[in-house]
Every structure is written in C-alpha cells, then in structure tokens.
Write a protein that binds this ligand. Structure first.
Ligand code: AN7
Length: 351
C-alpha cells in the first residue's frame, strides 16, 4: 500500500476539506514492536509504538502535518511555538517544507542537542530564553494572541487531531484497542489525543473496547500527580521538564474516563528503562519516551497487572538520537588502543 501520511489515511476522522493544502512528510505508519523482554517480565503482551520513527524523529509530526496544513489553508505566513525541543524540530521542518516563517522559543540549556540542530538546520528563528518551558509557553501564547502568528503548540486543536492518528494505527494493527496504554506526560497533549482517538474509533465501530490510560510524569516534574504547579521542574528527560501542562484538565479526563492512572517515575527508573530498551530490545528511544516503560515496570512491582490479560501498548515518543550526549554519558567509553592485530585480538579476548 502506498503511504502518504496520516491525513490521507485518516481523512474521514480529521477536520480537512478539499481546500486544505496537505503539507506532509509521510509521517505516521510507525512500527508497533512486540517487546519480548517486557512481555516475559510482565506476563502480558507488551508492544512498543515506536514514534521516534517519524520523519523528524518524534510523534510531534502527526500533529504538525495537521497544524501546518491548516495554517496554510488560513493563509498564515508565520508560526510560533514554545518547546522542550521536539515540537520546535517538527514545526521547523514542516514550515520549511511549505515556506512558512517559523519562530521557536526554547529554555536555554535544557534542550537536547539533536533537537536544537534540527530547528536550526531547517532555518527556524531559534530564541533561547533564560527561563523554563512554562515561561516560554506563556510568552508565546501572549504573542500569538496579539499578532498574526499562528500558535503551533498542542493548544492548537489541530495538533491534537493529528496526534490521535497514533491510536488509530494501534487499533488497526491489533484489530482492536489494547487493554492498557502507557504514555509519557509532559504538556499532556498526547495523552489527550490518544484518548480522543480511541474514543472516536470505538464510536465508529472500529473497535470493541477502550484502553485504560496510564500516564507517567518525571518525579520532579509531576504537577498532575502532585496536584500543583511545579515552579522549577527538573528531570534529565528534558522533553517532559514541564511544571504547568497546557492540557492538564483533559489529561485528568483521559485518566478518569478510562479508569487509568497518572503516576510518576524517577530519573533513575527512566534511565534504567532507557538502557533496557536499547540493550535488550534494540530500540533506541529518548529518555522521556522511556518513562512509559519505566512506568509499567513500576506498576508491575506493585502487582498492578496481576490476573490481567491482553495487550499493553507503550508509546515511545521520540528517537534516542535526539539526545546523543545523554547516551554517551551513560555507557562505558570505547577503549583506545594501538592499531596492531595483537593488541586488537587481546582487547576482544582472543589470545
Ligand atoms: C519525546 O517538544 O512538549 O505530554 O515542546 O518530546 O504531549 O507534551 C515535548 C513533549 C513526551 C510529552 N515525549 O508529550 C515539546 C514538548 C517526548 C516529548 C513528550 C514530549 P506531551
């Protein structure tokens, strides 16, 4: 089958018309990988929705194809976002594809190297603020509400519309909805989008059930779990270093309507899951993505999945290459040796 991106595939579920110029990089159709290690460990079939395999390396492309297509339809000339990195990379790429000006506000020093490189090479205007994501988003909201610049953060409803396509793909692949869906939570747009997608697919008769949504925040950036705004959020998973999520309320709705939970995982648990995915599954996802896996492992320890059957899907939201520094910091450095046969053989344990 020819794959032309999520808008063409799921057009009946999306607010597009014949007049919408579709701006696409053929996003979506990402792998749903059965995790042998996690399935054995937990006793249910655990699938990894590897959205790092999208064109710019994160799930943001699903929402961005919609937001940018609609911006073009409305004759917008400039778009703007605040970002912990992936939104800015995606906005910059889709803007470049259709000749839009793209302005991004990022928290200085807290965005992974790969994401910064992407925004810059796609020629976005990148502005680093001496503050955090929440402050950047406040500024962007103010500017886009006063000037003719389109907001492309997930407060833009077209972003959520596009992102719900990941839930459709999972249901199409499994022939029904999973029993549990685990997902990292930062600004909470994605959990909102998945829940909307699952509900719409069921209403359309495409599935028979709905999953329980399991959201996971980083322990020191967990406003929804802690029930208050975090002024100075911290975590090595910089993608979800967010203290006042824009979609807070709809994330709680997804949790409560689905009978799920939103919990938190420590940086140590995130790192462990991050390494496990790379070393036991061959799947390199960025640390924020590993929060979903860290989360189900945490729940497993409390017997949460005991006597449960069926599938768990974990969304891996971004590619591991986004944050090369973190990978290198957390493994043994290569040994440096003389370039002769004897020394190399000795190094690999052949006498
Ligand atoms: C890899 O790019 O907020 O809960 O500005 O990059 O929908 O915010 C990124 C978020 C999870 C959290 N995993 O998703 C941004 C930004 C990765 C991410 C999240 C993000 P939301």
């Amino acid at each position: 089958m020819k794959w032309e991106g999520i808008i063409k595939k799921y057009r009946d579920f999306l607010p597009v018309t014949d007049k919408t110029p579709i701006v696409s990089l053929q996003e979506g159709n990402t792998p749903l990988i059965l995790s042998n290690f996690l399935s054995k460990e937990i006793g249910l079939d655990v699938y990894l929705k590897y959205d790092g395999a999208n064109p710019t390396g994160s799930f943001k492309d699903r929402g961005m194809t919609m937001a940018i297509s609609k911006a073009k339809e409305n004759n917008t000339t400039a778009v703007m976002c605040a970002s912990t990195g992936n939104t800015s990379a995606s906005a910059a790429a889709y803007s470049a594809r259709c000749g839009l000006k793209c302005i991004v506000l990022i928290p200085e020093g807290n965005i992974a190297l790969g994401k910064l490189a992407q925004a810059m090479i796609h020629n976005a205007q990148v502005i680093a603020i001496k503050g955090n994501f929440d402050q950047a988003l406040t500024l962007v909201k103010e500017i886009t509400s006063s000037y003719p610049i389109e907001l492309v953060n997930s407060l833009n409803p077209f972003r959520i519309e596009g992102q719900k396509s990941a839930a459709f793909e999972i249901c199409d692949f499994l022939s029904d909805a999973p029993v549990f869906h685990a997902i990292p939570v930062g600004n909470a747009g994605n959990i909102t989008a998945y829940w909307k997608g699952y509900k719409e697919y069921k209403a359309a008769g495409k599935t028979t059930c709905l999953p329980k949504m399991l959201g996971f925040q980083a322990a020191k950036s967990a406003p929804i779990v802690d029930k208050h705004i975090i002024e100075n959020p911290e975590t090595l998973a910089t993608a979800i270093r967010i203290g006042n999520p824009a979609s807070w309320k709809t994330a709680e709705e997804a949790r409560d309507e689905s009978g799920g939970i939103i919990d938190k995982v420590t940086d140590e648990e995130i790192l462990q899951a991050y390494k496990m995915l790379a070393q036991k599954e061959g799947v390199f996802a960025e640390p924020a993505s590993a929060a979903s896996v860290a989360g189900i492992l945490k729940l497993h320890k409390t017997n949460f999945f005991k006597n449960q059957k069926g599938n768990i899907v974990c969304t891996l939201t971004g590619h591991g290459l986004k944050d090369p520094n973190l990978a290198i910091e957390n493994v043994q450095k290569p040994s440096v040796i003389e370039p002769d046969l004897k020394t190399v053989l000795k190094e690999i344990g052949i006498k």
